[in-house]
Design a protein around this ligand. Structure first.
Ligand SMILES: Cc1cc2nc3c(=O)[nH]c(=O)nc-3n(C[C@H](O)[C@H](O)[C@H](O)COP(=O)(O)O)c2cc1C
Length: 201
C-alpha cells in the first residue's frame, strides 16, 4: 500500500522546498494531501512565477513544468486552508506523517499555542495529539527568543524540527542540489527510499 503524507506549504521563504518535496513524493506514487496557506500561495507566486489567480495555469500544469511526473496512479489531493472537512482535520484519518515545508513563524506559533484556526494548524495539532510524525521546516533569520521557544515547545510536544539548512559536504553545484540535500533528510525521516543524496561514508 502506498504511503499517505500530508504536505503543507506556508508563507515563509523557500516554497521551492515544498515543491521539491511534492515532486519526490509523487515520483514515488505516495498519496499526497496538500494544503497551501493563503500567504504560502502569495510567496509561491513571488518566488516561482506561478500564477494562482485569474486566467492562471492550473497547479497541476505548474507542477509538470517543475518536472513533476504524473503517473497513472498519482494521487494529489489539495485542500483550501479553511476546509476543516478535509481528511487531515480528523484524528480518524490515518496517514504516515505531515511535513510543513517551509513553515512560517506564524504557523509555528499557532501550532505551539494550540490555536487550530486553519487546516494546516489543525492537521498539525492532530499529528501531535495522535502521536504521528510531524516534520517542520521552520524558516526565518535571525531567530528571536520567541521563535526559539516555539521550536523547543514543538520539539518537546513530539514534532521533528528540521530547519532547511542545506549541507555543503557533497559539493553542491546548483540551487537544486542544495534543496535536494534538505529534502533528502525529510524523506529519510518519512522512511521513503530516494536517490536525492548519497549516504555519508
Ligand atoms: C516574500 C515573503 C517572504 C516571507 N518570508 C518569511 C519567512 O521566511 N519566515 C516567516 O516566518 N515569515 C515570512 N513571511 C511572512 C509570512 O508570509 C506571514 O507571517 C504570513 O502571515 C504567514 O502565514 P501562514 O503561516 O499562514 O502561511 C514572508 C512574507 C513574504 C511576502
Amino acid at each position: 500500500m502506498s504511503k499517505k503524507i500530508v504536505v503543507a506549504i506556508c508563507g515563509a521563504s523557500g516554497s521551492i522546498y515544498g515543491i521539491r518535496l511534492l515532486k519526490a513524493l509523487l515520483d514515488k506514487q505516495v498519496k499526497v494531501y496538500l494544503i497551501i496557506s493563503e500567504a504560502g500561495l502569495r510567496v509561491l507566486e513571488h518566488e516561482t512565477g506561478y500564477k494562482a489567480g485569474g486566467k492562471s495555469e492550473s497547479f497541476e500544469s505548474f507542477l509538470k513544468n517543475q518536472g513533476v511526473l504524473f503517473h497513472k496512479k498519482t494521487r494529489l489531493n489539495r485542500y483550501d486552508q479553511d476546509d476543516f472537512f478535509a481528511p487531515p482535520a480528523s484524528g480518524s484519518f490515518r496517514h504516515d506523517g505531515m511535513v510543513i515545508a517551509p513553515c512560517s513563524m506564524k504557523t509555528l506559533g499557532a501550532i505551539t499555542s494550540g490555536i487550530a484556526d486553519n487546516l494546516i494548524h489543525r492537521a498539525a495539532d492532530v499529528c501531535l495529539k495522535e502521536k504521528r510524525l510531524l516534520i517542520l521546516l521552520p524558516r526565518e533569520t535571525p531567530l528571536s527568543a520567541i521563535h526559539l521557544k516555539n521550536m523547543y515547545k514543538a520539539a518537546i510536544s513530539g514534532a521533528t524540527i528540521m530547519p532547511p539548512s542545506p549541507s555543503f559536504y557533497f559539493n553542491p553545484k546548483t540551487i537544486s542540489d542544495l534543496v535536494d540535500s534538505v529534502i533528502a533528510r525529510v524523506l529519510d525521516h518519512l522512511k521513503i527510499e530516494h536517490d536525492l543524496s548519497e549516504e555519508w561514508g
